[in-house]
Write a protein that binds this ligand. Structure first.
Ligand SMILES: [Zn+2]
Length: 87
């Protein structure tokens, strides 16, 4: 089954989390909070017919912007992608 093509991302300028420069964002890292059953943040049940929420709109998600892969660091390799986030 072919994977759905990812939407083109709008390019934005943000302050780099590592070096502090205002540059074009080349990489973004989303820190997804841990979800638990004891009053923690809950992700809504995935509905394929629903529009995907932006990561920024999900409560508890911290977004970090990086101007380069060097600033993003090794952790970026293990980063979530949009495809992995909700399924
Ligand atoms: Zn940077």
């Amino acid at each position: 089954m072919p994977r759905q093509k990812r939407p083109v991302r709008e390019r934005i300028r943000r302050k780099c989390h590592t070096c502090g420069s205002i540059k074009w964002v080349e990489h973004r890292q989303f820190h997804i909070p841990t979800f638990d059953s004891q009053g923690g943040i809950k992700i809504p049940t995935y509905n394929p017919n629903a529009k995907k929420p932006k990561h920024e709109d999900i409560k508890g998600v911290v977004v970090e912007n990086y101007c380069s892969i060097e600033c993003a660091g090794d952790d970026f390799i293990n980063n979530y992608t949009e495809d992995d986030f909700l399924r």
